[in-house]
Design a binder for this molecule. Sequence first.
Ligand SMILES: [Fe+2]
Length: 135
Amino acid sequence: MPLIEWSDDFSVGIETADIHHKKLISMINSLHQAMSNGTSHEVITKILSALLVYTDKHFKYEEDLFLTYNYPQYEEHKKEHDELLCQVEELNEKFKTSKTCISIEVMKFLKDWLKNHIQETDKQYTDFLNSKGVR
Ligand SMILES: [Fe+2]
């Protein structure tokens, strides 16, 4: 069973952002599956690095939209992105340089940050961006 399942309450009303979020959910599910299957450290490191790269790319996509349309909550939103990215970077480094396993706590942390960020922070831009014609 996947750790997180996409449903309409994840939709932020912008097609590209929804596609990115679905991809992030699927990457976190892959990581969870790899963890449960006892997949090798090397494979898990690769998934985690890919998650980091994709998260960075996705955050930049949102931030570019905010700048283009002068989104009033740009600063707060970017701050949250920077903090999240920093946490995933730390996790990635820690995992790469040690032989530790991805724990249930780590999976819960990843799941919660994604879910909370999308459902609480990202959803705040829906009306604003939709009103600028971004869908
Ligand atoms: Fe965001």
